[in-house]
Design a protein around this ligand. Structure first.
Ligand SMILES: C[S@@+](CC[C@H](N)C(=O)[O-])C[C@H]1O[C@@H](n2cnc3c(N)ncnc32)[C@H](O)[C@@H]1O
Length: 207
């Protein structure tokens, strides 16, 4: 928790929160992965200190592939030493790869993932970047695959009160994109109150 707070404080724009996701939120984000049958291919984007990663690791079986993409080198080092190394030492036959990169830049196989789980703080980004990242993640899914992401409940409304007109326009553009994707990808939404702050998990299914 202190490690997360310290890195988050120095990288507020890309981390977007001071608390890692609660066990309830982490489990809800990983729900599509828990439901998916092995052998499966899973991608996690923006794991931070790894509360969702832990839930995903528990579901892996022989033949599964799990790619993790994290921008921050500090979070990657932390994740490797505290979570992935101990997990590998247990001798699991699943293939887990950590990429220290931005999701919009990393090379991964398009159309190949059953599930993408995303922890990025979209409301902190320019809407053009959110669009690029959303389309990239959907491109990586196989048809019928699922993308799960979250946003803090009521965050756009609260943020709007402290932003200038340009900032409010940006949030409105993000909202429009999320609504369009919700409609075109059979979207579902679920509120998770047991998190600081409360959050909403959104799931999109690639047609
Ligand atoms: C809100 S934190 C989420 C942490 C974790 N998933 C959780 O639930 O506690 C967002 C994470 O996304 C990472 N990140 C931000 N932009 C990214 C990008 N373009 N590609 C990959 N990771 C990114 C940040 O470094 C940070 O670790």
């Amino acid at each position: 928790m202190i490690q997360f707070f310290s890195i988050a404080f120095r990288n507020m724009k890309t981390v977007g929160t001071i608390c890692p996701s609660s066990p309830m939120l982490s489990r809800e984000l990983a729900e599509a992965v828990i439901e998916a049958r092995s052998p499966k291919r899973v991608l996690e984007v923006g794991p931070g200190t790894g509360p969702v990663t832990k839930e995903i690791l528990k579901t892996l079986r022989a033949g599964d592939v799990f790619d993790i993409v994290e921008l921050s080198t500090e979070f990657c080092q932390d994740l490797d030493s505290k979570l992935l190394d101990p997990w590998r030492r247990q001798g699991s036959p699943a293939r887990v790869t950590l990429h220290n990169a931005a999701i919009q830049d990393v090379e991964l196989e398009a159309g190949s993932y059953d599930c993408v789980v995303c922890g990025l703080p979209f409301n902190n980004f320019e809407h053009e970047l959110v669009e690029v990242i959303m389309h990239r993640m959907l491109e990586l899914l196989r048809p019928g695959g699922e993308l799960s992401y979250f946003c803090y409940f009521g965050a756009k409304t609260m943020k709007s009160t402290v932003l200038d007109e340009r900032g409010r326009d940006n949030l409105r553009a993000i909202q429009r994109l999320e609504d369009e994707l919700h409609l075109s990808h059979s979207g579902t939404r679920k509120v998770v109150l047991a998190n600081i702050p409360p959050a909403e998990v959104r799931r999109l299914r690639k047609p």
